[in-house]
Ligand binder design. Structure first.
Ligand SMILES: [Ca+2]
Ligand SMILES: [Ca+2]
Length: 108
């Protein structure tokens, strides 16, 4: 019986560690996309494709995503639903950056 409990303990520990790894991957992926988007905004500002006003809005959007991310990570668990939420916010931000880089408003 004792042996069984130890075995179950070990299996549980392995499952938890796999889960923690998966969560870490999500966090890393989110952070990586945030870094990439930050650079894309900065590039847009440098090239003049993104105006000051557009940059302000895009950066506010990034802050909102970071706040949402902290809330989601606060309990140490990222559910599938939370993961989908983060992905969809970042997809939206990516589209917004692309739009501002290609729209008619450029810095004069
Ligand atoms: Ca959570
Ligand atoms: Ca623009």
């Amino acid at each position: 019986m004792k042996k069984l409990i130890v075995t179950i303990g070990i299996i549980t520990a392995i499952i938890i560690s796999i889960d923690v790894q998966a969560q870490d991957n999500i966090i890393n992926k989110t952070d990586k996309r945030q870094a990439v988007q930050k650079v894309r905004i900065a590039e847009g500002v440098a090239s003049g494709e993104v105006t000051r006003m557009e940059a302000k809005r895009l950066r506010a959007e990034q802050r909102m995503i970071r706040r949402t991310e902290s809330r989601i990570e606060a309990d140490g668990i990222i559910t599938r639903r939370e993961q989908r939420k983060l992905t969809s916010l970042q997809n939206q931000a990516s589209r917004d950056i692309r739009r501002q880089k290609n729209d008619a408003q450029v810095r004069g």
